[in-house]
Ligand binder design. Sequence first.
Ligand code: ZN
Length: 98
Amino acid sequence: MTMPKAKCDRCGITRGGFRMSMFNQDWCCEICIEVERTHTDYNKAREIEREEVIKGNTNYEGVGLPDGYDTWAKEQRLRLLHEDERLLLLQDALTDED
Ligand SMILES: [Zn+2]
């Protein structure tokens, strides 16, 4: 599910497809989504969300961000950008000024 939105709730990037976080109701850019996918709690959060949807709870708000997520995400983002050229190119494309 994607939706146009002014800017990423997590990092402020203003371009690209935004998707809702698996942890809470933040609308996140593609990079922030990639970062949260690598968190150890991601699969658990996804399973809980799926169970809620099966139960018919379409207003489920997510399990909430794991403790210390902001700090972890900042470091993890740098690590991923360093290791994955695809993400680095994506960041360049999303942050390039006109
Ligand atoms: Zn972002």
